[in-house]
Design a protein around this ligand. Structure first.
Ligand code: FEO
Length: 394
């Protein structure tokens, strides 16, 4: 099914209702691969879809035009969820040009090994007239790949933003005003936390630059999820806040536990946070996916990471989580470690070392308890929680 985004501009993407894993990210609501077709004197296609969805994609294009009428294909981003269908499409479409950034050309050749395709490289500020419309290109290197770029349909004030402002959110609604707003913002935030967080400095700078030149958009059409139509500024304002890594008085207690002793400590710590009136969440890594935990951490002032000691190290779930968190390079986080142990008790030190290596400011010595916490040790856990609560409020 296709959807008219506005006169002469169509969504011709596909909905992937079943996707649940996107290199480490739990896509609990599936996703969409968006592609947009613009009919003007030149017919322009923006991005494609995952290769296995090629048949549906082509059927969608055929609802609007004969695919052979496509004159130009713009590849805003080479990652295969958007370029995967390109080789099959090129068997039936003979476009005058495939338009991409300098890195886009390099990446397309590295992916599909076709030096003979009609690449046209564009740089930031380049413009192209396609009839009554102008397309303006803006390279957005490392947002989130070196090749990434935005395309602006100038007269329509439509920003084709590739992954930026997207959400992994499969829904029959194509626009922000057709879906549940709370779920939409949850998915947009999750997307930011798990994909764009490491590039937050670049996101802030990009938004500043866009505001400096006074650009405003009627529509933001991303490559995943729904189109921002009702209030495109809402997602821009959210990106400003997330990229500034603005924090709330909130602590995420993330842990795994062998025989519930580390979990008991987490409960004791949470009482201390309650004493201080600080908002918190307990997230056991056996039941909370790493991508959900990161989403909660995005706006939290502190994380407390707990693990039992096993084989002189930490539990595998905690190790996995710390590796994922480290790669996402969170900024401005406070933290501390805790855990129960049987005989050697290395877990707290291991966690502290990992947190320090990723720039987390340790605000307390770790909390270590031998085997099952006693009443006295549960009081220590509560004290530990109070200490963290005070540090978070300061
Ligand atoms: Fe949706 Fe970076 O690909």
């Amino acid at each position: 099914m296709t959807v008219q985004v506005r006169e002469g501009i169509y969504w011709v993407g596909v909905i992937d209702w079943s996707l649940r894993e996107f290199h480490g990210y739990l896509t609990d609501k599936g996703t969409t691969y968006n592609s947009y077709l613009v009919l003007d004197e030149k017919v322009v296609l923006f991005d494609t879809v995952k290769s296995e969805y090629f048949p549906i994609f082509v059927e969608n294009i055929k609802e609007i035009i004969d695919p052979r009428e496509i004159d130009l294909i713009v590849i805003n981003h080479v990652e295969m969820d958007h370029s995967g269908a390109l080789p099959k499409l090129m068997e039936i479409v003979k476009p005058e040009k495939i338009i991409c950034s300098p890195k886009g050309k390099e990446h397309l050749i590295k992916h599909f090994h076709r030096e003979d395709w009609p690449y046209e490289v564009v740089k930031s500020g380049d413009q192209l007239s396609i009839g009554k419309r102008t397309i303006k290109f803006l390279e957005t290197r490392m947002l989130h790949w070196p090749d990434s770029m935005f395309s602006l349909l100038v007269e329509d004030r439509v920003l084709v933003s590739q992954d930026a402002f997207g959400q992994h959110y499969a829904t029959s609604g194509r626009f922000d005003d057709e879906v549940d707003e709370a779920e939409l913002m949850r998915q947009a935030k999750k997307y930011y936390a798990n994909i764009l967080l490491p590039y937050s400095g670049l996101v802030s700078k990009l938004i500043e630059d866009v505001e400096k030149v006074g650009l405003e958009f009627d529509l933001i059409v991303p490559d995943h999820g729904v189109i921002w139509r009702k209030d495109p500024n809402k997602i821009i304002e959210s990106y400003k806040k997330w990229s500034a890594q603005e924090k709330e008085e909130k602590v995420v207690i993330v842990y795994d536990t062998m025989w519930h002793s580390t979990e008991l400590l987490a409960q004791g710590i949470s009482k201390g946070l309650e004493d201080e009136g600080v908002n918190y969440l307990l997230m056991n890594l056996r039941f909370n996916h790493r991508s959900e935990v990161i989403t909660e951490i995005l706006e939290a002032k502190a994380i407390l990471v707990g693990s039992s000691t096993i084989n002189n190290y930490i539990l595998p779930t905690v190790s996995d989580f710390l590796a994922y968190l480290k790669g996402l390079k969170p900024k401005g986080l406070k933290g501390a470690a805790f855990g129960s142990y049987g005989w050697s008790g290395e877990a707290v030190k291991v966690i502290e070392k990992e947190l320090e290596a990723m720039g987390v400011n340790l605000i307390s010595e770790g909390l270590k308890v031998n085997f099952v916490p006693s009443e006295e040790e549960m009081k220590r856990a509560r004290e530990f929680g109070r200490r963290i609560g005070k540090a978070v409020k300061s």
